[in-house]
Ligand binder design. Structure first.
Ligand code: SF4
Length: 177
């Protein structure tokens, strides 16, 4: 992949920080999956979330087919970060940003596997579990659904994930080969 070209293109986008690294550096843990299972209302409601995405080992194996990784973040200010509805409503632009970066990479004939934020919201009602995903090419499972401890990777590379105040930080991970 022509990384310099991609970096020039990404400079035109509202990305706050990004980092390239190797997928082998990601930390996978079933503890993350436990949080999904016990704390997330989307658990068992979408193909983009567990258990629809498969077990942590299967997710890890899928990710490792793509040896290189690009982490991108964007930030949004909300009036009250404890208001989950308001916070989630700001997620759309980050998803669009993720699609744009993914398209730029794929335009270079590079294969990607994309993980993004929260549960998929492409369809009004998810087909899970009765029917297969309607738009697998547009569906980005959330990073945590794969058991990835993304904050550890972010800390290692000095990526800000707690800006404080009412600033929401959104993460996406684009794996590629
Ligand atoms: S694209 Fe539709 S069917 Fe597929 S995971 Fe998203 S909401 Fe569900």
């Amino acid at each position: 992949m022509d990384r310099e070209l991609l970096e020039r293109q990404m400079a035109e986008l509202p990305i706050v920080q990004y980092e390239f690294f190797e997928t082998s550096e990601l930390i996978f843990s079933s503890r993350v999956r436990y949080v999904c299972e016990t704390e997330c209302p989307q658990y068992g409601k979408s193909w983009a979330c567990p258990p629809g995405v498969g077990g942590v080992e299967a997710c890890q194996e899928r990710c490792q087919r793509y040896p290189h990784a690009l982490l991108i973040t964007s930030m949004t200010e909300v009036s009250d970060i404890s208001d989950i509805q308001e916070t989630l409503s700001t997620r759309g632009p980050h998803e669009e940003l993720t699609r744009q970066v993914n398209s730029l990479i794929r335009r270079q004939s590079v294969e990607t596997y994309v993980l993004s934020t929260e549960s998929c919201a492409v369809c009004e009602t998810c087909a899970y579990p009765q029917e297969p995903c309607r738009h697998p090419e547009r569906m980005f499972p959330c990073v945590e659904s794969h058991g990835i401890l993304i904050t550890e990777t972010a800390e290692r590379y000095g990526i800000e994930f707690q800006a404080g105040g009412n600033i929401v930080t959104w993460f996406s991970l684009i794996l590629y080969q």
